[in-house]
Design a protein around this ligand. Structure first.
Ligand code: JFZ
Length: 419
Protein backbone atom coordinates (compact mmCIF):
# COMPACT_ATOMS: atom_id res chain seq x y z
CA UNK A 1 0.00 0.00 0.00
CA UNK A 2 1.26 3.48 -0.85
CA UNK A 3 2.23 5.81 1.95
CA UNK A 4 2.52 9.56 2.28
CA UNK A 5 5.75 11.46 1.91
CA UNK A 6 7.55 11.09 5.30
CA UNK A 7 8.60 14.76 5.24
CA UNK A 8 4.98 15.87 4.86
CA UNK A 9 3.93 13.53 7.68
CA UNK A 10 6.63 15.02 9.89
CA UNK A 11 5.46 18.55 9.00
CA UNK A 12 1.91 17.59 9.98
CA UNK A 13 3.04 16.19 13.33
CA UNK A 14 4.93 19.38 14.08
CA UNK A 15 1.93 21.57 13.29
CA UNK A 16 -0.03 19.98 16.14
CA UNK A 17 -3.05 22.29 16.03
CA UNK A 18 -5.55 22.93 13.26
CA UNK A 19 -8.96 24.44 12.59
CA UNK A 20 -11.83 22.24 11.42
CA UNK A 21 -14.50 24.20 9.55
CA UNK A 22 -17.98 22.74 9.09
CA UNK A 23 -19.88 25.05 6.79
CA UNK A 24 -22.82 24.39 4.54
CA UNK A 25 -26.47 25.31 4.10
CA UNK A 26 -27.25 23.54 7.40
CA UNK A 27 -25.83 26.68 9.03
CA UNK A 28 -29.20 28.29 8.19
CA UNK A 29 -31.13 25.60 10.07
CA UNK A 30 -28.67 26.32 12.87
CA UNK A 31 -29.39 23.07 14.68
CA UNK A 32 -26.65 20.57 13.76
CA UNK A 33 -25.23 19.44 10.41
CA UNK A 34 -27.25 16.18 10.59
CA UNK A 35 -30.53 18.11 10.70
CA UNK A 36 -31.79 16.60 7.46
CA UNK A 37 -31.33 13.10 8.86
CA UNK A 38 -32.39 13.81 12.45
CA UNK A 39 -35.63 15.46 11.43
CA UNK A 40 -36.22 13.23 8.40
CA UNK A 41 -36.46 16.26 6.12
CA UNK A 42 -37.24 15.55 2.49
CA UNK A 43 -35.17 17.10 -0.24
CA UNK A 44 -37.96 19.66 -0.72
CA UNK A 45 -38.08 20.47 2.98
CA UNK A 46 -34.32 21.08 2.92
CA UNK A 47 -34.45 23.24 -0.19
CA UNK A 48 -35.21 26.54 1.67
CA UNK A 49 -31.71 26.44 3.10
CA UNK A 50 -30.23 26.38 -0.39
CA UNK A 51 -32.66 29.06 -1.58
CA UNK A 52 -31.57 31.39 1.20
CA UNK A 53 -27.85 30.67 1.41
CA UNK A 54 -26.45 34.17 1.01
CA UNK A 55 -23.44 34.75 3.29
CA UNK A 56 -23.19 38.51 2.86
CA UNK A 57 -20.57 39.00 5.59
CA UNK A 58 -18.30 36.23 4.31
CA UNK A 59 -14.65 37.25 4.71
CA UNK A 60 -12.39 34.22 5.07
CA UNK A 61 -9.39 36.41 5.90
CA UNK A 62 -11.07 36.97 9.29
CA UNK A 63 -11.35 33.20 9.85
CA UNK A 64 -7.75 32.67 8.77
CA UNK A 65 -6.44 35.39 11.07
CA UNK A 66 -8.45 33.99 13.99
CA UNK A 67 -6.93 30.57 13.32
CA UNK A 68 -3.39 31.88 13.07
CA UNK A 69 -3.75 34.04 16.18
CA UNK A 70 -4.98 30.97 18.08
CA UNK A 71 -1.77 29.18 17.13
CA UNK A 72 -3.37 26.92 14.54
CA UNK A 73 -1.14 25.85 11.67
CA UNK A 74 -3.63 24.32 9.22
CA UNK A 75 -7.31 24.00 8.48
CA UNK A 76 -9.67 21.33 7.17
CA UNK A 77 -12.80 22.57 5.38
CA UNK A 78 -16.01 20.66 4.60
CA UNK A 79 -16.09 20.83 0.81
CA UNK A 80 -19.21 18.62 0.95
CA UNK A 81 -21.00 17.17 3.99
CA UNK A 82 -23.48 14.25 4.11
CA UNK A 83 -26.29 16.45 2.73
CA UNK A 84 -24.34 16.48 -0.53
CA UNK A 85 -24.24 20.26 -0.83
CA UNK A 86 -20.99 21.44 -2.48
CA UNK A 87 -19.23 24.58 -1.33
CA UNK A 88 -17.60 24.87 -4.73
CA UNK A 89 -19.22 25.18 -8.17
CA UNK A 90 -18.69 21.57 -9.22
CA UNK A 91 -19.13 20.63 -12.87
CA UNK A 92 -20.72 17.36 -11.79
CA UNK A 93 -23.81 18.64 -9.98
CA UNK A 94 -25.96 21.72 -9.54
CA UNK A 95 -26.45 20.88 -5.87
CA UNK A 96 -23.89 23.50 -4.93
CA UNK A 97 -23.23 27.16 -4.22
CA UNK A 98 -24.25 27.71 -7.85
CA UNK A 99 -27.90 27.03 -6.94
CA UNK A 100 -27.95 29.53 -4.09
CA UNK A 101 -28.14 33.34 -3.98
CA UNK A 102 -24.44 33.23 -3.11
CA UNK A 103 -23.79 31.90 -6.59
CA UNK A 104 -20.04 31.61 -6.37
CA UNK A 105 -17.25 29.28 -5.39
CA UNK A 106 -16.37 29.49 -1.70
CA UNK A 107 -13.67 26.82 -1.46
CA UNK A 108 -11.13 28.82 -3.50
CA UNK A 109 -11.39 32.05 -1.46
CA UNK A 110 -11.23 30.12 1.83
CA UNK A 111 -8.18 28.11 0.74
CA UNK A 112 -6.45 31.27 -0.53
CA UNK A 113 -7.14 33.18 2.68
CA UNK A 114 -5.63 30.44 4.86
CA UNK A 115 -2.62 30.03 2.59
CA UNK A 116 -2.02 33.80 2.78
CA UNK A 117 -1.77 33.46 6.56
CA UNK A 118 0.72 30.63 6.12
CA UNK A 119 -1.65 27.82 7.11
CA UNK A 120 -2.01 24.44 5.44
CA UNK A 121 -5.22 23.59 3.57
CA UNK A 122 -7.05 20.28 3.93
CA UNK A 123 -10.42 19.12 2.64
CA UNK A 124 -13.06 17.17 4.49
CA UNK A 125 -15.16 15.29 1.95
CA UNK A 126 -18.22 13.23 2.81
CA UNK A 127 -18.46 9.71 1.42
CA UNK A 128 -22.15 9.68 2.27
CA UNK A 129 -24.31 11.78 -0.04
CA UNK A 130 -28.00 12.25 0.69
CA UNK A 131 -28.83 14.06 -2.53
CA UNK A 132 -26.95 12.23 -5.28
CA UNK A 133 -29.53 10.15 -7.19
CA UNK A 134 -27.31 7.07 -7.54
CA UNK A 135 -26.44 6.88 -3.84
CA UNK A 136 -28.31 3.77 -2.59
CA UNK A 137 -30.73 4.51 0.26
CA UNK A 138 -29.49 3.10 3.55
CA UNK A 139 -30.17 3.22 7.26
CA UNK A 140 -28.47 6.59 7.58
CA UNK A 141 -30.29 8.14 4.61
CA UNK A 142 -33.12 10.55 5.44
CA UNK A 143 -35.14 9.27 2.46
CA UNK A 144 -35.10 5.55 3.36
CA UNK A 145 -38.73 4.42 3.31
CA UNK A 146 -40.05 7.76 2.09
CA UNK A 147 -42.95 7.52 -0.35
CA UNK A 148 -41.94 8.47 -3.85
CA UNK A 149 -38.21 8.03 -3.33
CA UNK A 150 -37.13 4.93 -5.21
CA UNK A 151 -34.33 2.57 -4.32
CA UNK A 152 -34.54 0.91 -7.74
CA UNK A 153 -32.13 2.13 -10.35
CA UNK A 154 -29.60 3.49 -7.90
CA UNK A 155 -26.12 2.33 -8.81
CA UNK A 156 -23.36 2.75 -6.25
CA UNK A 157 -20.69 2.37 -8.90
CA UNK A 158 -22.04 5.45 -10.71
CA UNK A 159 -22.00 7.20 -7.33
CA UNK A 160 -18.34 6.18 -6.91
CA UNK A 161 -17.60 7.71 -10.33
CA UNK A 162 -19.19 10.94 -9.10
CA UNK A 163 -17.23 10.80 -5.84
CA UNK A 164 -13.92 10.24 -7.63
CA UNK A 165 -14.75 12.95 -10.17
CA UNK A 166 -15.43 15.50 -7.47
CA UNK A 167 -12.25 14.62 -5.60
CA UNK A 168 -10.35 15.06 -8.86
CA UNK A 169 -11.92 18.50 -9.31
CA UNK A 170 -10.96 19.56 -5.80
CA UNK A 171 -7.39 18.30 -6.02
CA UNK A 172 -6.73 19.92 -9.38
CA UNK A 173 -8.57 23.21 -8.88
CA UNK A 174 -7.26 23.95 -5.40
CA UNK A 175 -3.78 22.42 -5.50
CA UNK A 176 -1.71 21.88 -3.48
CA UNK A 177 -4.03 20.17 -1.00
CA UNK A 178 -2.36 19.05 2.23
CA UNK A 179 -4.93 16.61 3.59
CA UNK A 180 -7.95 14.63 2.39
CA UNK A 181 -10.26 13.90 5.31
CA UNK A 182 -12.85 11.41 4.04
CA UNK A 183 -15.93 10.72 6.16
CA UNK A 184 -16.99 7.91 6.69
CA UNK A 185 -17.44 4.15 6.14
CA UNK A 186 -20.03 1.98 7.90
CA UNK A 187 -19.89 -1.52 6.41
CA UNK A 188 -20.80 -3.45 9.56
CA UNK A 189 -22.70 -0.86 11.48
CA UNK A 190 -25.72 -1.76 13.60
CA UNK A 191 -28.82 0.31 14.14
CA UNK A 192 -30.15 1.45 17.53
CA UNK A 193 -31.85 -1.95 18.04
CA UNK A 194 -28.61 -3.82 17.36
CA UNK A 195 -29.69 -5.08 13.93
CA UNK A 196 -27.28 -4.73 11.00
CA UNK A 197 -27.81 -1.33 9.44
CA UNK A 198 -29.61 -1.45 6.10
CA UNK A 199 -27.23 -0.77 3.25
CA UNK A 200 -23.97 -0.17 5.16
CA UNK A 201 -21.17 1.01 2.90
CA UNK A 202 -17.41 0.71 2.75
CA UNK A 203 -14.34 -0.03 0.70
CA UNK A 204 -16.01 -1.76 -2.24
CA UNK A 205 -18.74 0.89 -2.52
CA UNK A 206 -16.40 3.88 -2.55
CA UNK A 207 -13.77 1.96 -4.53
CA UNK A 208 -11.46 3.20 -1.80
CA UNK A 209 -8.27 1.69 -3.18
CA UNK A 210 -8.68 3.59 -6.47
CA UNK A 211 -9.64 6.72 -4.58
CA UNK A 212 -6.46 6.55 -2.52
CA UNK A 213 -4.42 6.00 -5.70
CA UNK A 214 -6.12 9.03 -7.25
CA UNK A 215 -5.20 11.22 -4.29
CA UNK A 216 -1.61 9.97 -4.32
CA UNK A 217 -1.33 10.75 -8.03
CA UNK A 218 -2.97 14.21 -8.03
CA UNK A 219 -1.83 15.41 -4.61
CA UNK A 220 1.43 13.70 -3.68
CA UNK A 221 1.65 15.92 -0.58
CA UNK A 222 -1.77 15.04 0.75
CA UNK A 223 -2.22 12.95 3.86
CA UNK A 224 -5.24 10.65 3.93
CA UNK A 225 -7.25 9.84 7.06
CA UNK A 226 -8.53 6.46 8.20
CA UNK A 227 -12.22 6.43 7.30
CA UNK A 228 -12.06 4.76 3.88
CA UNK A 229 -12.31 1.23 5.29
CA UNK A 230 -8.91 0.13 3.98
CA UNK A 231 -6.89 -1.36 6.86
CA UNK A 232 -3.32 -0.10 6.96
CA UNK A 233 -3.77 2.53 4.25
CA UNK A 234 -4.25 5.62 6.40
CA UNK A 235 -1.56 8.20 7.08
CA UNK A 236 -3.22 9.12 10.36
CA UNK A 237 -6.09 7.95 12.54
CA UNK A 238 -8.94 10.09 13.81
CA UNK A 239 -10.36 9.46 17.30
CA UNK A 240 -13.47 11.60 17.44
CA UNK A 241 -14.61 13.48 20.53
CA UNK A 242 -12.58 11.39 22.96
CA UNK A 243 -8.97 11.38 24.16
CA UNK A 244 -6.89 8.18 23.92
CA UNK A 245 -5.22 7.16 27.20
CA UNK A 246 -1.73 7.17 25.70
CA UNK A 247 0.05 7.58 22.35
CA UNK A 248 -1.88 5.44 19.85
CA UNK A 249 -0.14 2.21 18.87
CA UNK A 250 -1.39 -0.08 16.09
CA UNK A 251 0.20 -3.54 15.74
CA UNK A 252 2.99 -2.45 18.06
CA UNK A 253 3.86 0.63 15.99
CA UNK A 254 3.13 4.22 17.12
CA UNK A 255 0.83 5.93 14.61
CA UNK A 256 0.17 9.53 13.69
CA UNK A 257 -3.18 10.64 15.06
CA UNK A 258 -5.43 13.64 15.10
CA UNK A 259 -8.19 14.16 17.64
CA UNK A 260 -11.15 16.23 16.48
CA UNK A 261 -13.28 18.18 18.90
CA UNK A 262 -16.17 20.61 18.81
CA UNK A 263 -16.47 23.91 20.66
CA UNK A 264 -20.04 23.17 21.72
CA UNK A 265 -21.04 19.60 20.79
CA UNK A 266 -22.18 20.43 17.25
CA UNK A 267 -19.96 20.59 14.16
CA UNK A 268 -22.27 22.78 12.10
CA UNK A 269 -23.39 26.16 13.45
CA UNK A 270 -25.84 25.58 16.32
CA UNK A 271 -27.55 28.68 17.64
CA UNK A 272 -29.25 27.33 20.75
CA UNK A 273 -26.66 24.85 21.93
CA UNK A 274 -25.23 26.09 25.22
CA UNK A 275 -22.80 23.23 25.75
CA UNK A 276 -19.70 25.38 25.20
CA UNK A 277 -16.33 24.14 26.32
CA UNK A 278 -14.28 26.69 28.24
CA UNK A 279 -10.98 27.96 26.81
CA UNK A 280 -9.26 26.41 29.81
CA UNK A 281 -10.69 22.98 29.03
CA UNK A 282 -9.71 23.30 25.37
CA UNK A 283 -6.15 24.29 26.26
CA UNK A 284 -5.94 21.22 28.48
CA UNK A 285 -7.24 19.11 25.61
CA UNK A 286 -4.54 20.50 23.34
CA UNK A 287 -1.82 19.89 25.92
CA UNK A 288 -3.08 16.37 26.63
CA UNK A 289 -3.10 15.64 22.90
CA UNK A 290 0.47 16.82 22.30
CA UNK A 291 1.60 14.99 25.47
CA UNK A 292 0.31 11.83 23.74
CA UNK A 293 2.00 12.71 20.47
CA UNK A 294 -1.19 13.69 18.64
CA UNK A 295 -2.68 16.65 16.78
CA UNK A 296 -5.86 18.52 17.69
CA UNK A 297 -8.32 19.63 15.02
CA UNK A 298 -10.68 22.07 16.73
CA UNK A 299 -13.92 22.82 14.97
CA UNK A 300 -15.77 26.04 14.22
CA UNK A 301 -19.13 26.32 12.45
CA UNK A 302 -19.53 29.63 10.62
CA UNK A 303 -23.10 30.95 10.49
CA UNK A 304 -25.37 31.66 7.54
CA UNK A 305 -24.03 35.18 7.07
CA UNK A 306 -20.54 33.79 6.75
CA UNK A 307 -19.24 34.81 10.14
CA UNK A 308 -17.68 33.08 13.10
CA UNK A 309 -19.93 34.00 16.02
CA UNK A 310 -18.56 35.96 19.00
CA UNK A 311 -18.63 32.88 21.24
CA UNK A 312 -16.26 31.10 18.86
CA UNK A 313 -14.03 34.11 18.23
CA UNK A 314 -13.72 34.84 21.95
CA UNK A 315 -12.74 31.24 22.66
CA UNK A 316 -10.12 31.27 19.91
CA UNK A 317 -8.76 34.58 21.18
CA UNK A 318 -8.38 33.16 24.70
CA UNK A 319 -6.54 30.14 23.33
CA UNK A 320 -4.35 32.57 21.38
CA UNK A 321 -3.49 34.51 24.52
CA UNK A 322 -2.21 31.29 26.05
CA UNK A 323 -0.47 30.17 22.87
CA UNK A 324 1.41 33.47 22.54
CA UNK A 325 3.32 32.54 25.69
CA UNK A 326 3.25 28.76 25.55
CA UNK A 327 3.27 27.67 21.90
CA UNK A 328 6.89 26.57 22.28
CA UNK A 329 5.57 23.64 24.28
CA UNK A 330 3.06 22.73 21.53
CA UNK A 331 4.47 23.33 18.05
CA UNK A 332 7.28 20.94 17.14
CA UNK A 333 6.77 19.25 20.51
CA UNK A 334 5.58 15.75 21.34
CA UNK A 335 5.44 13.03 23.96
CA UNK A 336 8.18 12.60 26.52
CA UNK A 337 9.51 9.29 27.83
CA UNK A 338 9.18 10.63 31.39
CA UNK A 339 6.10 10.03 33.52
CA UNK A 340 4.58 13.21 34.92
CA UNK A 341 3.24 13.56 38.47
CA UNK A 342 -0.54 13.49 39.07
CA UNK A 343 -2.59 16.14 37.23
CA UNK A 344 0.37 17.11 35.07
CA UNK A 345 1.42 16.52 31.48
CA UNK A 346 4.83 16.59 29.85
CA UNK A 347 5.50 17.71 26.33
CA UNK A 348 9.02 17.62 24.98
CA UNK A 349 10.89 19.42 22.22
CA UNK A 350 14.50 18.32 21.77
CA UNK A 351 16.09 18.46 25.24
CA UNK A 352 13.45 20.87 26.58
CA UNK A 353 10.89 19.26 28.82
CA UNK A 354 7.66 21.23 29.37
CA UNK A 355 5.68 20.50 32.51
CA UNK A 356 2.00 21.47 32.29
CA UNK A 357 0.45 21.72 35.74
CA UNK A 358 -3.33 21.21 35.59
CA UNK A 359 -3.73 21.45 39.35
CA UNK A 360 -1.37 23.93 40.99
CA UNK A 361 0.37 22.54 44.11
CA UNK A 362 0.86 24.49 47.31
CA UNK A 363 4.59 24.83 46.94
CA UNK A 364 6.54 21.75 45.89
CA UNK A 365 6.22 19.48 42.94
CA UNK A 366 8.08 16.15 42.87
CA UNK A 367 9.05 14.88 39.45
CA UNK A 368 9.68 11.12 39.39
CA UNK A 369 12.91 9.97 37.79
CA UNK A 370 14.22 13.48 37.11
CA UNK A 371 16.70 13.82 39.99
CA UNK A 372 20.02 14.99 38.53
CA UNK A 373 18.62 15.26 34.99
CA UNK A 374 17.63 18.94 34.91
CA UNK A 375 20.13 21.80 34.77
CA UNK A 376 17.72 24.71 34.90
CA UNK A 377 13.99 25.22 35.35
CA UNK A 378 11.89 28.25 34.59
CA UNK A 379 8.30 29.30 34.07
CA UNK A 380 7.44 29.53 30.42
CA UNK A 381 5.23 32.61 30.62
CA UNK A 382 7.86 34.98 32.07
CA UNK A 383 11.16 33.04 31.96
CA UNK A 384 11.48 33.36 35.75
CA UNK A 385 13.70 30.81 37.46
CA UNK A 386 12.23 27.92 39.41
CA UNK A 387 14.46 26.75 42.23
CA UNK A 388 15.52 23.10 42.19
CA UNK A 389 15.45 21.96 45.79
CA UNK A 390 18.86 20.42 46.66
CA UNK A 391 18.85 16.73 47.37
CA UNK A 392 19.76 17.00 51.05
CA UNK A 393 17.66 20.04 51.92
CA UNK A 394 15.56 19.32 54.98
CA UNK A 395 17.52 16.11 55.61
CA UNK A 396 17.38 14.92 59.19
CA UNK A 397 14.07 16.57 59.86
CA UNK A 398 10.80 14.70 60.01
CA UNK A 399 9.41 16.83 57.19
CA UNK A 400 11.94 15.98 54.49
CA UNK A 401 10.72 17.34 51.17
CA UNK A 402 11.73 14.46 49.00
CA UNK A 403 9.36 11.61 48.37
CA UNK A 404 11.96 9.39 46.71
CA UNK A 405 15.69 9.83 45.94
CA UNK A 406 14.86 9.67 42.23
CA UNK A 407 12.51 12.65 42.44
CA UNK A 408 13.48 16.11 41.41
CA UNK A 409 11.72 18.64 43.62
CA UNK A 410 10.67 22.03 42.26
CA UNK A 411 9.84 24.97 44.43
CA UNK A 412 6.89 26.84 42.97
CA UNK A 413 5.24 30.06 44.06
CA UNK A 414 2.23 29.37 46.27
CA UNK A 415 0.01 31.37 43.95
CA UNK A 416 -0.36 30.10 40.44
CA UNK A 417 1.04 32.77 38.09
CA UNK A 418 -1.83 34.68 36.56
CA UNK A 419 -1.52 34.04 32.82
C1 JFZ B 1 -18.75 12.46 11.24
C2 JFZ B 1 -19.92 13.26 10.72
O1 JFZ B 1 -21.05 12.44 10.64
C3 JFZ B 1 -20.15 14.46 11.59
O2 JFZ B 1 -21.23 15.23 11.09
C4 JFZ B 1 -18.89 15.31 11.60
O3 JFZ B 1 -18.60 15.76 10.29
C5 JFZ B 1 -17.76 14.48 12.14
C6 JFZ B 1 -16.43 15.20 12.09
O4 JFZ B 1 -17.60 13.26 11.41
O5 JFZ B 1 -19.17 11.76 12.37
C7 JFZ B 1 -18.64 10.57 12.70
C8 JFZ B 1 -17.96 9.78 11.82
C9 JFZ B 1 -17.40 8.59 12.23
C10 JFZ B 1 -17.54 8.20 13.53
C11 JFZ B 1 -18.23 8.99 14.43
C12 JFZ B 1 -18.78 10.18 14.01
N1 JFZ B 1 -16.96 7.02 13.95
O6 JFZ B 1 -16.32 6.31 13.16
O7 JFZ B 1 -17.05 6.69 15.16
Amino acid sequence: MTAADPARLEEFRRQRFGMFIHWGVYALAARHEWVRNRERLSREQYQPYLDRFDPDLFDPSVWARAARDAGMRYMVLTTKHHDGFCLWDSELTDYSVRSTPCGKDLVGPIADAFRREGLGVGFYHSLLDWQQPDFPLDGLHPDLGRDGVEQDGRDVSRYADYLHGQVEELLTRYAPVDTMWFDFSYPNRRDAQGRPLVGGKGRADWRSDDLIALVRRLAPRALINDRLDVPGAADFVTPEQYQPVAPIVVDGVPVTWEACQTLNGSWGYHRDNLDWKSPELLIKLLVDTVAKDGNLLLNVGPNGRGELEPRALDTLAEIGRWMRLHSRSIHDAGASVYRPPADCRYTQRGDRLYLHVFSWPFKHLHLPGLAGKVRHAQLLNDASEIRLVPHDEGAGTHHALRTSPDDLTLELPIQRPNV
